[in-house]
Ligand binder design. Structure first.
Ligand code: 2P0
Length: 333
């Protein structure tokens, strides 16, 4: 199945109705996975090998405004700067918009305002495609249920399926070949004391996209076969930790999940390592602080920077230990 066929299956005849409004605007938060998405069972539809679970970052995300345009081409601005539509980001964005334009549908002016620290390696595609799915729904007045917005966002970027909601969110891998059961859903629990510290250890650009890296891992890593069962165990532990608010269980499960994901990459060929010397130094400092009694854990995505996990009561000491750390309280942002 192609992406446009998935879109047609969701929208039906609505696909041929022009926009109801001249413009619309929507916001979506970015998210950090506590139990990661790494590997696809279908690359065209971004269908994952496993389920995953994330936390959305409140007011850190993207606001996207879509305006119907009379120009012959789309115009895209990111934080008021024109986006080169021949770059991979520009092309992916236009390809996504094209999915919703039957013959004769208009071009758009797209204004994306992102307030996430780009250098922190936070998934900008996650909030970007989620905000686009929501704003398209508003502009065309489709009134789709949120789980279908999650499916549409997934067609842009897998992790975007989780950015439709705030709080804890689980993306169900699903079984179906057409992906209609592969969408995210919010988990109702809240955890106001939970903090995430964005620790930037390097602003160097990453060597390989997560899209290419996960595919190389699936096809070449001898350790990848252990990943689905690890995720399945970690998912139930993270859910248990959330339901009883056991921070230590949450932290060690999330850290172990991230380290296992990176271990699958280290065993891919050619090897993929998002870790820099500074990343390892920060990890060793965290492990030492933990041996000294501090309840501090981390997770790491497809970049060298770390996301620290801790509770509000330890925020001051963590800010002292890690100069420049950006502390967020996702449930209070
Ligand atoms: C995650 N990451 O669960 C994992 C952990 C990065 C490391 O989802 O190819 O940009 O667009 O589906 O969503 C980043 O992958 O990949 C990601 P595509 P995406 O957050």
């Amino acid at each position: 199945m192609k992406k446009y066929e998935a879109v047609r299956a969701i929208l039906g005849n609505k696909l041929y109705v022009p926009p109801k409004y001249a413009s619309a605007k929507a916001y979506a938060p970015t998210n950090i996975a506590l139990c990661k998405y790494w590997g696809k069972r279908n690359q065209e539809l971004n269908l994952p090998m496993t389920s995953s679970l994330s936390i959305s970052l409140g007011s850190k995300g993207a606001t996207t405004e879509l305006m119907v345009s009379t120009h012959a081409h789309d115009l895209v601005f990111l934080n008021n700067h024109p986006v080169d539509l021949t770059t991979s980001f520009g092309r992916r964005l236009i390809e996504f918009l094209d999915l919703f334009r039957a013959h004769g549908m208009p071009r758009f002016i797209v204004n994306i305002e992102s307030n996430i620290p780009i250098a922190a390696g936070l998934a900008s595609s996650a909030c970007g495609f989620a905000a686009l799915a929501i704003v398209l729904d508003q502009l065309f007045d489709w009134e789709l249920p949120e789980y279908q917005l999650s499916i549409l966002a997934r067609l842009g970027s897998g992790s975007a399926s989780r950015s439709i909601w705030q709080g804890f969110v689980e993306w169900h891998a699903g079984f179906r070949a057409d992906g209609m059961d592969s969408f995210a859903e919010p988990i109702s629990e809240s955890w106001p004391e939970l903090c995430i510290g964005l620790l930037i250890v390097s602003e160097k650009e990453k060597m390989i996209s997560s899209r290419d890296a996960m595919q190389r891992t699936v096809t070449t890593s001898p350790l990848y076969s252990a990943w689905p069962s690890k995720v399945s165990r970690d998912l139930s532990l993270v859910k248990q930790a959330i339901s009883v608010q056991d921070f230590s269980l949450l932290g060690r499960t999330a850290e172990s999940n991230a380290m296992t994901m990176h271990a699958t990459m280290l065993s891919a060929w050619p090897t993929i390592s998002y870790m820099l010397p500074e990343t390892l130094l920060a990890m060793q400092k965290i492990w030492q602080l933990r041996r000294d009694g501090l309840s501090l854990y981390f997770t790491q995505d497809a970049g060298p920077n770390l996301k620290l996990l801790f509770l509000k009561q330890d925020a001051d000491i963590i800010s002292q230990e890690f100069a420049g750390v950006d502390v967020l309280q996702p449930f209070l942002e």
